[in-house]
Unconditional design. Structure first.
Lengths: 265, 390
């Protein structure tokens, strides 16, 4: 154990709460409180009400919720496929090529997401790539942004996968595709699940690129929240945020429950 | 590369899955070199493994033995030379076409598959008939004594059980060649000796399977192998039967690595051609030893004598007697190891457990029979009398 004495453990917990509560906990608590606030003029909110949460369900938010879910699921699946493919390809490549491709895939993380959105808008605004004003361009933006995380997560999983599983499978007569689907991917399941969760969470909260490219018919929850708070409807925006949080959390918990025998490796 | 299907005698998993009669095939390394950038992992390696033979590749880590095995499996590409399985050149053939069973140190059982699915893997990959798979899996699991564990997952098995399953999985495709890469290294001493017997029994039951057994453990090599190829520094040093390498090591490296022999620089005093014996001198001692092949008086040679050949009691008339000082005494359960000094030359002697072991500094006489010692070339590795095809 890193901290052997009781006093040091209590100290560590105290430090954790001092750091965690203001930095991570407080914003969530404030959003939660704002979602049920009728007024907030003092330290604490007053005239508590469930109206904002109720409105969130009956208003456009329902559509936005489905849009966000669809975007998140589609983007995660596509990103997972592309990211896994890229990670497998990079592993098979020689060192220099691998580094170039690896860097290219991670690049979107370093660029502001607004710039990614702008880039897509310019790139897909004239024929033959005319996607401006369609849901597809939103999906592409999300895929570009989250693939980097899928790639990184799967690459890390592949690096930890001992070569002898695939080698033994090949020696037993398994062709490359057979080994990939029967051995490599099943053994990578923990990494794939982690990557899927990460991609989905990132996509659900994505705003910067989406706001540059979204058409009126494909408004995601973060865009809706931004529009509400922009209009001054802060409590309604907070209610939608709570909805987004709960939904993301439910999906993430469900995904994290996917465990396979590969976890015993 | 020609299609495997039209090449007769080609070992492949698919063929193995449906073949009724086992075809024997050996392994030939023809001047194989494997290099990674500037590092040479295997240098100009030539070796013939006869069909049905158990060949051990024995050497310290970094000696190139695992590289040689991986080259047969197809996981490293030789930079020069050829590898043949039977009559087929497999140098550039992808691993899945080679039809080789492989067992590795880490077992490498697929953790997401049950024992029976693991064993069936090669047969499924070869699209064998369902009934064939069921029969073969049952047969192979019975052969390794794991039939009762068919429904278990690998993590529910002990190390020894996992290695049995790994062997069954390799045998299920009825390979002509079985590669065993340090298969017992991860097991504890007791299990290791049990598994060693198991592998020896399996080979008696499957005499047609050619086995290439990579190990750094001389006991495993001596127990299992028909012949041993001793490797060092990416090269083949010597190859021969276990007995010949042990009793008449062709080189000082083999003498030390196989059986941990005492090596003493000596000068030949006289040679008796009729008895093939030489009188040699080191320090103040003059001893008679076996000298097959002849030596000339005045020549410098290396005397090779095993620690267990040095006895505190005289084995009979004509034995050599050497006066020595005891430097260190170690009790090793089944033996006492004595470190002796003869005018600056250190000798190790293993005796049966002594009731009253000698004390450090005590002077005593050790004996060895002339036929228990042999003469090697004065220095330098690998003057193996037998290389390649033996």
């Amino acid at each position: 154990m890193l901290l052997p004495s009781r006093v040091s453990r209590v100290g560590a917990w105290a430090l954790f709460f001092v750091l965690f509560v203001p930095v991570f906990g407080l914003p969530i608590v404030v959003v939660g409180a704002a979602s049920i606030a009728g007024q907030w003029n003092d330290v604490l909110p007053s005239h508590l009400t469930l109206r904002h949460l109720h409105d969130a369900f009956v208003s456009n938010a329902g559509v936005e919720l489905v849009t966000s879910l669809a975007t998140g699921v589609i983007a995660s699946v596509v990103a997972l496929v592309i990211g896994t493919w890229a990670a497998l390809a990079v592993r098979a490549l020689r060192r220099r090529g691998a580094k170039v491709i690896g860097t290219l895939f991670v690049l979107p993380i370093a660029v502001p997401s607004v710039s990614v959105g702008l880039g897509l808008l310019v790139a897909f605004s004239r024929p033959p790539f005319l996607l401006n004003g369609t849901a597809t361009i939103v999906l592409i933006a999300h895929v570009v942004l989250v693939t980097a995380f899928a790639f990184s997560s799967v690459s890390a999983g592949l690096a930890r996968l001992p070569a002898h599983y695939e080698q033994v499978a090949a020696s037993l007569g398994g062709r490359p595709a057979y080994v990939l689907f029967r051995v490599t991917l099943p053994l990578l399941t923990p990494s794939l699940v982690a990557a899927a969760g990460l991609c989905f969470a990132l996509s659900m909260g994505e705003l910067g690129a989406t706001i540059m490219v979204y058409p009126p018919g494909w408004v995601t929850l973060p865009v809706g929240i931004f529009a509400l708070t922009d209009r001054g409807a802060v409590f309604d925006g907070a209610a939608l945020t709570v909805l987004l949080l709960v939904l993301t959390l439910v999906v993430l918990v469900a995904v994290s429950r996917i465990r396979t025998r590969a976890s015993y490796r | 590369m020609a299609d495997a299907a039209v090449m007769p005698g080609l070992p492949r998993a698919a063929a193995g899955a449906t073949a009724t009669a086992q075809v024997r095939s050996g392994i030939r390394f023809d001047r194989v070199t494997v290099a990674y950038r500037s590092t040479v992992a295997l240098a100009d390696f030539s070796l013939d493994v006869e069909p049905g033979e158990v060949m051990a590749l024995l050497g310290p880590s970094g000696s190139g033995k695992t590289t040689a095995l991986r080259a047969v499996a197809g996981f490293v590409a030789p930079t020069a030379g050829r590898i043949l399985l039977g009559d087929t050149d497999v140098t550039t053939m992808p691993p899945f076409r080679r039809g080789i069973g492989m067992v590795v140190q880490q077992y490498a059982l697929f953790p997401h598959m049950r024992v029976e699915q693991n064993v069936a893997f090669g047969l499924r990959a070869a699209k064998a008939a369902r009934s064939t798979i069921a029969t073969r899996v049952a047969e192979c699991l019975t052969m390794v004594g794991m039939a009762a564990y068919a429904r278990r997952y690998p993590h529910e098995l002990s190390g020894g059980q996992q290695q049995r399953v790994a062997i069954a999985r390799a045998l299920a495709i009825r390979p002509r060649v079985l590669l065993l890469d340090e298969p017992l290294s991860a097991l504890d001493a007791q299990l290791r000796s049990g598994m060693l017997n198991e592998i020896a029994r399996l080979h008696r039951e499957l005499p047609d399977v050619t086995i290439l057994y990579v190990t750094h453990d001389q006991v495993e090599a001596l127990t299992l192998a028909d012949r041993i190829a001793v490797m060092n520094d990416s090269r083949l040093v010597d190859v021969g039967t276990a007995q010949s390498l042990y009793q008449q090591p062709p080189s000082d490296f083999t003498a030390t690595f196989v059986g941990n022999a005492n090596l003493v620089p000596v000068t030949v005093e006289a040679y008796d051609a009729t008895r093939e014996e030489a009188r040699v001198r080191f320090a103040a001692c003059s001893v008679v030893v076996r000298a097959n092949g002849g030596v000339t008086p005045g020549e410098r040679r290396t005397l090779c004598v095993r620690p267990h050949a040095l006895a505190l009691e005289s084995p009979g008339s004509g034995a050599n007697a050497i006066e020595a000082k005891v430097v260190e005494v170690q009790w090793r359960g089944s033996a006492h190891r004595l470190y002796l000094d003869i005018d600056g030359i250190e000798l190790r002697a293993d005796s049966k457990p002594l009731r009253e072991p000698p004390h450090r500094g005590e002077r005593l006489t050790v004996h060895f029979a002339s036929h228990d010692a042999t003469l090697l070339a004065a220095a330098g590795p690998g003057r193996g009398a037998e290389r390649g095809r033996g």
